[in-house]
Design a protein around this ligand. Structure first.
Ligand SMILES: CC(C)(COP(=O)(O)OP(=O)(O)OC[C@H]1O[C@@H](n2cnc3c(N)ncnc32)[C@H](O)[C@@H]1OP(=O)(O)O)[C@@H](O)C(=O)NCCC(=O)NCCS
Length: 188
């Protein structure tokens, strides 16, 4: 992973992006909680993190988890980037960009062609080729299949009335991936 030449700091110095382990769950929960309290991210119980741990990547520096993010598969071509969080004291130093790059690489490995996100961070996701979308991005049949899910993130993706209070002010964004191994669309 390379350092962005536009920025003076070296986000990659001493930073490892790796698959999350069950032992990281409490650190992930501590990262997410401040954002969940402000309704920026969905809150989860500890068991929810354990169940989802294989979806997570973490950013680690000096033995500490300073960022996390998950890729949640929704259909054969589609996943969501969710729970992307960087510890408040290291925001703005490039950790989030490295995590999102790695999550998009993961989506390509899984041969997915579209990645969704629901976010207040429109500029940040735009830098990674995401664009705002309106309406549904799945056909009727897939929509009805997704309705069977009990996952709150899926309910948010479907824009169901019961989760509207969670999604107020968020922007729905989609990134098309042009194929496995395709270069990322970050532009300066
Ligand atoms: C969104 C979020 C994950 C971004 O993480 P981050 O580590 O702060 O992001 P970065 O530092 O990589 O980039 C943010 C800005 O920092 C600056 N930056 C990036 N790399 C930098 C570097 N090496 N040195 C200095 N500044 C840098 C840039 O101005 C960048 O702006 P850009 O988005 O226009 O490129 C973080 O703000 C967060 O945890 N937000 C709350 C949760 C959330 O909203 N998650 C998204 C929905 S799931």
């Amino acid at each position: 992973m390379s350092t962005d030449a536009r920025h003076p700091t070296e986000p990659a110095a001493g930073l490892t992006i790796r698959r999350a382990l069950p032992a990281d769950v409490r650190a992930i929960r501590d990262l997410v909680d401040p954002y969940a309290e402000r309704r920026i991210l969905l809150a989860k119980d500890l068991v929810g993190y354990y169940e989802a741990i294989q979806e997570f990547l973490v950013a680690e520096r000096g033995g500490e988890v300073i960022g996390c993010g998950a890729l949640h598969v929704m259909w054969d071509d589609l996943a969501e980037v969710r729970t992307l969080a960087v510890r408040t004291d290291v925001r703005g130093t490039g950790v989030g960009h490295l995590l999102l790059d790695a999550l998009l690489d993961r989506a390509r490995e899984l041969r997915l062609s579209r990645v969704f996100c629901l976010t207040f961070e429109v500029k940040f996701f735009t830098r990674h080729g995401f664009a705002p979308i309106a309406g549904s991005v799945v056909d009727r049949e897939v929509f009805h299949q997704l309705l069977l899910s009990r996952d709150d993130g899926i309910a948010e993706f479907l824009d169901l009335a019961r989760v509207k209070p969670n999604t107020l002010g968020n922007t729905r964004m989609l990134r098309e991936l042009s194929g496995p191994g395709a270069p990322d669309a970050v532009s300066g």
